[in-house]
Design a protein around this ligand. Structure first.
Ligand SMILES: Cc1cc2nc3c(=O)[nH]c(=O)nc-3n(C[C@H](O)[C@H](O)[C@H](O)COP(=O)(O)O)c2cc1C
Length: 356
C-alpha cells in the first residue's frame, strides 16, 4: 500500500515539505488515541531481538538515525512505529536556519537522497527544555554537532561544540558527537585531530557516566580513521556510529538532481559503511560498540551490518522509500535470518562473519 499508493503521491511533492507534514502528523498521532492503533499495526516483538548494550536495554536493534527528528519532537511517536531506539538531532549550541532551500533531493534510481540541510535545528537550549525530565519509552540518543557558522572556528569552535555537549549531555541514554556533517559551512572541521582532541580533553574533564559515540564519515581515509580510533581509545569513547552521508558521488546513476550540493544517503553509502564497520571491528577486536548506518532497506541489509560487527543499526532512507512498515519488516526478517543461522539471540550474531 505504501509503495503502490502513498509513496507515488508523496514523491510528487517537495521532500522537505513532505517531511515537515509527516512530522506534524506524527506529533498529532502521539497526542491522540491514534497512537494505539498505529502501535498495533507496526510494533513487532521477539525476544531473539532483545539485547543489552552498554547497560541500555533494547527491545530491537533498529533505530532512527540522526537527522529525521532534528528538534526531538517525535520521541513519543517513534516507538509506535516499532523503532527500538531513536537518535535525535543533530543539535547545536546555537539555533541554526541551515542552508538555503531546496536542500533535499531524491535520487530514486539509486535509492538515496541528497541532503543539504546544513544542521538546521532549534538549538540546544530549546531542545533541552523540550526533553528535560521526560521519560522515554525506548532508548534515546542525542546527536550533537558544532553550530554551522563558518565564523566560529579554531578554539571558538571547540568552545561552541563543548557548550552544545554540556547542554545536552544529561538527556536520554547516550550522546553522539557528530564529527562528520558534510554540509556545514566549515566542512568537517572536527575530523581535524587537533580540534577533536581539544574537544575530547574538555569532555574528559567533566565526564561522569555519559555513554559517548562518535559519528564518522564513510569517506575518511585510513590514516584519518586510524587517528580517530586512537583518540577514541585514549578518551574512552564507547563506540562509533558508522556512517554519515557520503560526499563522494562516483558510481551514482546520471540524474539532473546531481547538480545540487549535499551528502548522499541510502544504497550509495551501504558498501562503504559496511567495509568501515568491518575495519573498525577487526582492528579494535570488537572493543568499540558499533551502530551501523547507511542503506538499510530490509532485514538482510541490517543483518550484513550486524554480522560485520554492528550491535545496533539505524536508518532514515529505508523508511522514506519503504514506509513506516519497514521497521517491522526488518525486525521480522532479522529473526528469520538469526534462526536460519542457528542463533538464539541477536548478540550471538554480532561480528558473526569472523567467528568459526
Ligand atoms: C534528511 C536527512 C538528514 C540528516 N541529518 C543528519 C544530522 O543532522 N546529523 C547526522 O549525524 N546525520 C544526519 N543524516 C545522516 C543519517 O543519520 C545517516 O547517517 C545517513 O542518512 C545514512 O543512513 P540512511 O541511508 O539509512 O539514510 C541525515 C540524513 C538524512 C537523509
Amino acid at each position: 500500500m505504501y509503495k503502490k499508493i502513498i509513496r507515488p503521491m508523496l514523491f510528487k511533492q517537495d521532500p522537505e515539505k513532505v517531511h515537515d507534514r509527516l512530522t506534524r502528523l506524527g506529533r498529532f498521532a502521539s497526542f491522540t488515541k491514534l497512537s494505539r492503533l498505529v502501535r498495533g499495526m507496526f510494533v513487532y516483538k521477539n525476544e531473539k531481538l532483545e539485547n543489552e548494550v552498554l547497560g541500555i536495554k533494547f527491545d530491537n536493534p533498529v533505530g532512527l538515525a540522526a537527522g529525521f527528528d532534528k528538534n526531538a519532537v517525535l520521541t513519543d511517536f517513534m516507538p509506535d512505529i516499532g523503532f527500538g531506539f531513536v537518535e535525535v538531532g543533530s543539535v547545536t549550541a546555537h539555533p541554526c536556519e541551515g542552508n538555503p532551500k531546496p536542500r533535499l533531493h531524491r535520487l530514486v534510481k539509486d535509492k538515496g537522497i541528497i541532503v543539504y540541510y546544513g544542521l538546521c535545528n532549534e538549538g540546544a537550549d530549546k531542545i533541552n527544555k523540550r526533553l528535560e525530565g521526560k521519560k522515554f519509552r525506548i532508548p534515546v540518543g542525542v546527536s550533537v554537532a558544532k553550530t554551522n557558522d563558518k565564523n566560529i572556528k579554531g578554539d571558538a569552535s571547540v568552545e561552541d561544540y563543548f557548550s552544545g555537549f554540556m547542554k545536552m549531555k544529561d538527556i536520554g541514554d547516550y550522546i553522539t558527537i557528530n564529527i562528520s556533517c558534510p554540509n556545514s559551512g566549515d566542512g568537517c572541521s572536527f575530523e581535524n585531530d587537533k580540534l577533536l582532541e581539544a574537544l575530547l580533553k574538555k569532555i574528559e574533564k567533566v565526564r561522569k557516566k555519559e555513554i559517548i559515540f562518535m559519528k564518522i564519515s564513510p569517506d575518511l581515509d585510513k590514516k584519518k580513521l586510524d587517528k580517530i580510533i586512537e583518540l577514541a581509545g585514549k578518551y574512552k569513547i564507547n563506540g562509533f556510529v558508522i556512517s554519515n552521508l557520503s560526499k563522494k558521488r562516483n558510481g551514482l546513476t546520471k540524474d539532473p538532481k546531481l547538480k545540487f550540493p549535499g551528502g548522499v544517503s541510502g544504497k550509495h553509502v551501504a558498501k562503504k559503511a559496511n567495509s568501515m564497520i568491518e575495519y573498525v571491528y577487526k582492528k579494535t577486536k570488537g572493543k568499540f560498540v558499533i551502530i551501523g548506518v547507511g542503506g538499510v532497506f530490509n532485514g538482510q541489509d541490517a543483518y550484513d551490518k550486524i554480522k560485520k560487527g554492528a550491535s545496533l543499526i539505524q536508518l532514515i532512507t529505508g523508511m522514506i522509500y519503504g514506509g513506516p512498515g519497514v521497521i517491522k519488516k526488518i525486525n521480522k526478517e532479522l529473526v528469520e535470518l538469526l534462526e536460519k543461522d542457528g542463533y538464539s539471540n541477536i548478540k550471538e550474531a554480532i561480528g558473526g562473519e569472523y567467528k568459526t
